[in-house]
Design a protein around this ligand. Sequence first.
Ligand SMILES: Nc1ncnc2c1ncn2[C@@H]1O[C@H](COP(=O)(O)OP(=O)(O)OP(=O)(O)O)[C@@H](O)[C@H]1O
Ligand SMILES: [Mg+2]
Length: 114
Amino acid sequence: MKEIKAIIQPFRLDAVIDALRRHPELPGVTISDVVGFGKQKALSTPDGQNVQVGAQAFAKKTKLEIVVDDDAVDEVVDLITRAAHTGNPGDGVIIVYDVLDKRRIRDGKQFGDA
Ligand SMILES: Nc1ncnc2c1ncn2[C@@H]1O[C@H](COP(=O)(O)OP(=O)(O)OP(=O)(O)O)[C@@H](O)[C@H]1O
Ligand SMILES: [Mg+2]
């Protein structure tokens, strides 16, 4: 089991979610508004996509967190990459982690059953 964390441009969220919803094994997605910076240091982000915190400018991004079985990882990563891609700096990053446990709160069931 793995967690896929994707930081994407907010305006690509609709396209990414549309693509994810078509995946037959997608168990769920958590979505957050986040800020950050990459190599561009948020300096070249278009107007309206930056937020000032004190003296610092950060780029507004959207974070997706998805826990999936190992066999679905490559497909989900490809799907996000294609849907989020513009080819410009700031398109974001995808990070994959090992997951130790996943449990459903409703009945305490673990892993694939949850
Ligand atoms: N190494 C990293 N660790 C954590 N978050 C990152 C990392 N690199 C990028 N991010 C996140 O992704 C967002 C977009 O960064 P991204 O890497 O796409 O832009 P960039 O580095 O400015 O340009 P480039 O497209 O050339 O990489 C950042 O604002 C930050 O939130
Ligand atoms: Mg970068």
